[in-house]
Design a protein around this ligand. Structure first.
Ligand SMILES: [Ca+2]
Ligand SMILES: [Ca+2]
Ligand SMILES: [Ca+2]
Length: 165
């Protein structure tokens, strides 16, 4: 509907009805941010994060982004790089698929969630500086611990020394 026509129609209506209509319209337009607020509130994020994300339109990507933020330890949530990241994302009020993917892996190698599991730096692709990326290190460590497990169980030594059975 054209704005002019809308104004003409509103003119003809009694004043209380106009006020009600305009109020409902305003509440509906602001509804998205309120829903984002409510969801962010349930996740119990620091107020610095909330102040930024409350500008976001409420949809699946926004919900996924909020889950990613809430998964981070507070030191990361309040990290300047994370806050700047969020400010950038919130500029156009929406979270694109790319922005969501980038936010779930800050250094482009191994997801943030896995980095937290392995205790590696979320912003450094090679935390221990051995020129092997964190993702590869994690795989190697997982394999190592599997071997350690076998060694611990004595299976390998029994196989090697032929003392089985
Ligand atoms: Ca990473
Ligand atoms: Ca890393
Ligand atoms: Ca490494």
């Amino acid at each position: 509907m054209e704005l002019n026509r809308l104004i003409k129609i509103l003119y003809k209506l009694p004043l209380p009805l106009v006020i009600t209509t305009v109020t409902i319209g305003a509440v509906m337009a602001g509804g998205c941010a309120n829903e984002t607020d409510a969801y962010a509130g349930r996740l119990n994020l620091p107020k610095q994060n909330k102040a930024i994300v409350r500008q976001l339109k409420y949809d699946d990507n926004t919900r996924a982004l909020l889950d990613e933020i809430s998964y981070l330890p507070e030191a990361y949530q309040l990290d300047k790089r994370v806050l700047n990241y969020l400010k950038d994302i919130a500029k156009d009020r929406k979270v694109t698929d790319n922005e969501l993917a980038e936010f779930s892996d800050f250094d482009g190698n191994l997801s943030n969630r896995d980095e937290l599991k392995y205790g590696t730096d979320l912003f450094d692709p090679d935390t221990d500086g051995d020129k092997i990326l964190d993702g590869e290190n994690a795989t190697l460590t997982a394999r190592d611990s599997k071997i350690q497990e076998y060694l611990g169980a004595g299976i390998v030594s029994r196989l090697v020394w032929g003392t089985m059975g």
